[in-house]
Design a protein. Structure first.
Length: 145
């Protein structure tokens, strides 16, 4: 006796839907901001290092809730392009990350266009609804962590 696979349940799958929505929003931001040469996964790193001029790799990983492998993958092009500088050695030694002057200028040029893209999304959702969505997602993330 074979069991039939019910794919209709996927429409209610939390993980599937969050990933689908995340991809759609990421693609929107890439389309809006691609001319800056930054990916949505890289800009939080630059923003964090702008706010905190020097941080360890562990701190950045923790603050962005990004595993080290993903962080390293996103840092490589930022380092290659001279936007971020890493000092120290890995494997148990402290690696410090800092935004370079070029990284600071790049982020400062990027931010006005990012704000425009951000406002498009917020207008689409409605400011109050976006605030509720964000609060609900944060509450769920904290509860599940």
């Amino acid at each position: 006796m074979t069991k039939e696979l019910d794919l209709n349940s996927m429409e209610n799958c939390v993980c599937f839907n969050l990933r689908w929505v995340s991809r759609a929003f990421s693609q929107f931001f890439v389309g809006e901001l691609n001319h800056h040469g930054l990916l949505p996964t890289q800009t939080p790193i630059l923003g964090l290092l702008y706010a905190k001029p020097e941080a360890s790799m562990a701190e950045v990983s923790d603050w962005l809730a990004m595993d080290r492998t993903t962080l390293v993958r996103n840092l490589r092009p930022l380092e290659r392009d001279g936007l971020v500088k890493a000092t120290g050695k890995g494997r148990g030694n402290k690696v410090s990350l800092a935004l370079t002057p070029k990284g600071r200028k790049t982020l400062e040029k990027f931010l006005p266009d990012w704000r425009v893209a951000q406002q498009k999304v917020i207008r689409t959702l409605g400011k109050e609804r976006w605030t509720e969505i964000l609060r609900d997602l944060e509450r769920a993330a904290l509860a599940l962590n």
